[in-house]
Design a protein around this ligand. Structure first.
Ligand SMILES: [Mg+2]
Length: 212
């Protein structure tokens, strides 16, 4: 198994600024923001809302690559979104799930595993995705296989679903706290900076001043 922090560094080296990245609340957002891409990504999405929000963006912007960097605890909480992904089949959507079989948040004092998720038992997220109609689904357990899977997903047609099995505890994760975030943004500031990023990319105006 590999460390989520290492996979996120690899992922950061593979995506370009014109791709939209979304991350859920917890260690994944903290680690992603450490790469310096926080202000142009939508981070710390509420529990269960990373993949569904990415799906909405992918459908709204079908010409643009959208990537959800989800996690097992977050995805399982709102699994019904995968059914909609399988039905809508957005070609531009990639879902990466960092699966440590655990609800470990990576917050202060969380240097050991927390409550197990269902993937610590029999649940197979790749099989769930296939069952929802997502054909391009795979599970990886090494940095090399992760890189290959992400390369394929970013170049080809989706929706793509990559389960990356990662260590339960990544000591680097447990040291990354909210106050250490790169741009020092809170979630409101992040929302505005992300929307402005989309506006620049698409040459459109999304947020407008009110009439009064
Ligand atoms: Mg987890």
């Amino acid at each position: 198994m590999v460390k989520r922090s290492e996979l996120i560094k690899i992922f950061a080296s593979m995506v370009t600024d014109d791709m939209l990245v979304l991350t859920p609340i917890g260690a994944t957002s903290n680690l992603w923001e450490q790469t310096g891409r926080g202000s142009t990504s939508l981070t710390s999405l509420s529990l269960g809302m990373c993949t569904p929000t990415a799906l909405g963006l992918a459908l709204a912007l079908p010409h643009r690559k959208v990537i959800a960097l989800d996690s097992d605890g977050n995805l399982i909480l709102n699994l019904c979104g995968l059914g909609t992904v399988g039905n809508e089949k957005p070609r531009n959507l990639t879902i990466v799930v960092f699966d440590n079989g655990n609800y470990l948040s990576g917050g202060p004092g969380k240097g050991k595993p927390g409550m197990p998720t269902a993937t610590a038992g029999n649940m197979d997220l790749e099989a769930v995705a296939r069952g929802c109609g997502i054909i391009e689904a795979t599970t990886v357990r090494s940095e090399a296989d992760f890189k290959t899977a992400v390369e394929k997903a970013l170049k080809g047609d989706g929706p793509s679903f990559i389960v990356a099995k990662v260590d339960q505890v990544d000591l680097r994760e447990s040291k990354v706290f909210r106050e250490d975030r790169g741009p020092g943004q809170d979630t409101r500031e992040n929302k505005y900076s992300f929307v402005r990023h989309v506006e620049r990319l698409e040459n459109i105006r999304i947020l407008k001043r009110g009439a009064s």
